[in-house]
Design a protein around this ligand. Structure first.
Ligand code: MN
Length: 490
């Protein structure tokens, strides 16, 4: 049976025909919290080794975990933001495995009964079209510590600062069909979590990272065997890892081999994935309910209160920006991708031509900021000045062309739009007398062009260009066109 998907498969051509990539993601997002999931130890980045470790985190005998209510609230908030089912009854399980940076000998996670069940997320592609990714579940679990192998040739050091930090693991359904879709999905999850304040989304610090499950199949065939690429922490790496891994699998199958389920690591230096360990099954971990923790029972009224406190999320905000301000799907999407951008726009658009404000914010300001490696928080131009610039255009004080020059001065910190216009004499010439004089001069100097324009009305463009040059771009274009038409008898 062929299932119709909203996803668009970007087929890969192998030697023996076309292949489709199937992708599912497990995103680990660090819960925004001051304390760990089961201890009062601080969570923070940049502390000295083992400075943020309680006796619980170090798994001293007899220590008991105590659930952090704030982390539970954050998980519920995230679940609601993903349009997912909140399970009022959930439970913590021990996932047993040995690792030097896991002193308990097990990770406290949620196995059969996660706090959040199925949900779905609408994801935008770069071209503005959208697709739906199903969320399988979201569960709470502890992060492990960190082994440090490069400090000493003979010893491995262990830093437990991260041990016990609360993570939300968001498991998607295998609903993505290209590396672009996977990257867009991670972007969307990150945006939603940041809106909710449930995770800061800092991928460089590893606070949001993805395990990517990759398999390939003939279009429409059964799912192939998947390999999981662990802990990829940038959009670009996610895309590169998928592209490499899909090619690797296709080559093996086309050579007559079979894919073995395994866990792999992506090496960004070599742009390849390599085997880490053969994939373990759930039963290898001997999961069982943690006897130190009671099941988690949520009060429906508490969940309702969290629901009522949610901020306006990216999807409804985008729709509102389109209907309230008349913005294009694209501009609205760029603006709501970040809460600070959206807030900036709304301040600037107050009482102004909103489409013009969006245009200046998206194309000029965000473009310039991106070139300089910044975003709206680092903008040297406040929203009031974008509003001021647009007002000058609306009032006909400056043309859009001059506005670009004014913008450059604003960017350089040379004042508000009004101050810049004053200081550099950039006021638009709307005085028809001055424009007429400029036109007369040009016509007198170019009788042949005047003659030609009578047969070829589109030659008016040449005259407009000349007037603009003579007036330093300050002539009002509408007035120039009007007067030229009359004078040329068009
Ligand atoms: Mn996990």
């Amino acid at each position: 049976m062929v299932v119709e998907m909203t996803q668009t498969s970007k087929l890969i051509e192998g030697r023996t025909g076309s292949w489709e990539i199937v992708l599912g993601l497990e995103i680990h997002a660090q819960v925004a919290s001051h304390a760990k999931l089961f201890s009062g130890a601080a969570v923070g980045f940049g502390a000295g080794p083992n400075e943020q470790v309680s006796l619980v985190d170090a798994a001293m005998p007899g220590m008991l975990p105590v659930i952090n209510r704030h982390c539970v609230e954050q998980a519920v908030r995230a679940g609601l933001g993903l349009n997912a089912k909140i399970n009022l009854w959930s439970r913590f399980d021990r996932k047993n495995y040995f690792y030097p940076d896991l002193p308990q000998g097990y990770q406290i996670s949620q196995f059969k009964d996660p706090i959040v069940g199925e949900g779905e997320v609408e994801v935008e592609r770069d071209d503005g079209t959208t697709f739906i990714v199903g969320v399988e579940r979201l569960h709470l679990e502890q992060d492990a510590g960190k082994s440090i192998h490069d400090l000493d040739p003979n010893w491995t050091y262990v830093d437990l600062n991260r041990a016990g930090t609360a993570l939300m693991e968001i498991v998607s359904k295998p609903d993505m069909r290209s590396s672009d879709e996977a990257a867009s999905y991670v972007k969307k999850i990150r945006t939603i979590l940041r809106y909710l304040g449930a995770c800061d989304g800092d991928m460089e610090k590893g606070n949001l990272r993805a395990d990517v499950n990759v398999s390939v199949r003939r279009p429409g065939a059964e799912l192939g065997t998947r390999c999981e690429i662990k802990n990829v922490n940038s959009y670009r790496y996610i895309q590169q890892a998928i592209e490499y891994e899909a090619r690797r699998q296709i080559e093996i199958i086309e050579d007559g081999g079979a894919i073995h389920q395994e866990t792999r690591l992506f090496d960004p230096g070599k742009l390849e994935t390599r085997s880490m360990r053969s994939k373990e099954e759930a039963h290898d971990y001997r999961y069982f309910p943690d006897p130190d923790l009671l099941p988690l029972e949520l009060d429906p009224a508490w969940v309702k209160a969290i629901q009522d406190s949610l901020p306006e999320l990216p999807d409804p905000k985008r729709k509102r920006f389109q209907s309230q301000y008349g913005l294009s799907h694209y501009d609205a999407g760029v603006l709501v991708a970040d809460q600070a951008r959206a807030a900036f726009f709304e301040i600037a658009a107050e009482g102004r031509d909103a489409k013009l404000v969006a245009n200046w914010t998206v194309n000029n300001l965000l473009g310039r900021l991106a070139e300089n490696g910044g975003d709206i928080e680092t903008s040297p131009i406040p929203p009031q000045d974008i509003a001021g610039l647009v007002k000058l255009i609306e009032d006909g004080v400056i043309s859009s062309k001059i506005a670009k020059e004014v913008f450059d001065h604003m960017w350089a910190g040379e004042g508000t739009p009004a101050q810049v216009v004053e200081k550099f004499g950039l006021v638009q010439i709307t005085d028809t007398g001055a424009i007429e004089a400029a036109i007369d001069k040009i016509m007198a100097a170019n009788p042949d062009k005047v003659e030609a324009a009578k047969d070829k009305p589109q030659a008016i463009g040449w005259f407009v260009g000349q007037v603009m040059r003579d007036t330093g771009g300050k002539a009002n274009p509408a007035a120039v066109n009007e007067i030229l038409k009359t004078k040329l008898g068009l």
